[in-house]
Design a protein around this ligand. Structure first.
Ligand SMILES: NC(=O)CCC(=O)C(=O)O
Length: 263
């Protein structure tokens, strides 16, 4: 089965959800024109890392973001991995991913599990603790957010139940660590024998310049498509999920695992 995946490598206006909503809508139209089956957005696209302003800016239970994403999914018949958005729930803030199928139905919700201390994320945001696997466009997938990628055991927990793709969203991956970003993603693709589709933002905020280089990687770790390090753009690629089945058959790492040794 061949799927066209699209990544919205967008800039994010710090603390301006209404501006960012317009950008998100523009990328859905572009992805539809490009014939995409799946569109993926970056992390914290509603607010950027405006962490001190979350009481004013965070989306109550993600409602406004969910309404927008559901409408875009339905209008353009796109499967959408809605990046992540700053949400508020029960008096706490979360960094939350919502996923919608092309009928506009929500198929997943995930709160980022590993919070990034270098940016004080844990001082403002509560960590999630539930894994995130879902079926999208007929492909069982796992979804994680930014710093989560540095915890291979977290992804392995999810990938062991059968997903064929890792749909990964980031925003705040700065240009000075962009080489690490690429290596980590290629490693996750190879060790999990899965496609990786990874969105990163471009542009700057008060503290950082972000490094783009959104990536589509095949299960052997080869780069199928990539964004530039600085430009806003839609990155697209065709991926053949049948390839991944063949690769898992050749080197059966999942059945060769010895979980009794891993403590
Ligand atoms: N927003 C994040 O989780 C950033 C993670 C990051 O930059 C890293 O190097 O890890």
């Amino acid at each position: 089965m061949t799927l066209k995946v699209a990544i919205a490598q967008m800039n994010i206006a710090l603390g301006q959800p209404e501006v960012n909503k317009q950008t998100v809508a523009q990328y859905a139209q572009k992805a539809s024109e490009a014939g995409a089956d799946i569109l993926i957005y970056p992390e914290m696209w509603n607010t950027g890392y405006a962490l001190t302003d979350l009481p004013q800016l965070a989306d109550n239970d993600g409602e406004r973001s969910r309404q927008l994403l559901a409408r875009l999914a339905k209008t353009y018949q796109l499967n959408i991995v809605g990046g992540s958005v700053a949400t508020m729930r029960d008096g706490q803030f979360f960094n939350t991913m919502f996923v919608f199928n092309q009928l506009g139905q929500q198929v997943a919700r995930y709160d980022k599990a590993h919070l990034f201390g270098l940016m004080n994320e844990e001082k403002y945001i509560a960590a999630g603790s539930q894994p995130n696997t879902f079926e999208l466009a007929g492909v069982l997938s796992a979804g994680v957010i930014c710093y989560d990628i540095r915890f291979p055991e977290w992804l392995r927990t999810m990938m062991s139940s059968g997903p064929q793709a890792i749909l990964y969203v980031s925003a705040e991956w700065p240009i000075q660590r962009i080489a690490q970003w690429q290596i980590l993603l290629q490693a996750r693709a190879i060790e999990n024998q899965a496609f990786v589709v990874a969105a990163n933002r471009v542009g700057s905020d008060r503290d950082n310049t972000f490094g783009g280089r959104s990536l589509v990687i095949d299960p052997l770790g080869n780069i199928v498509a990539q964004g530039t390090d600085a430009d806003e753009m839609l990155v697209t690629a065709d991926i053949d999920i049948a390839d991944e089945t063949a690769i898992r058959g050749q080197i059966p790492v999942f059945s060769d695992r010895r979980p009794e040794l891993y403590r």
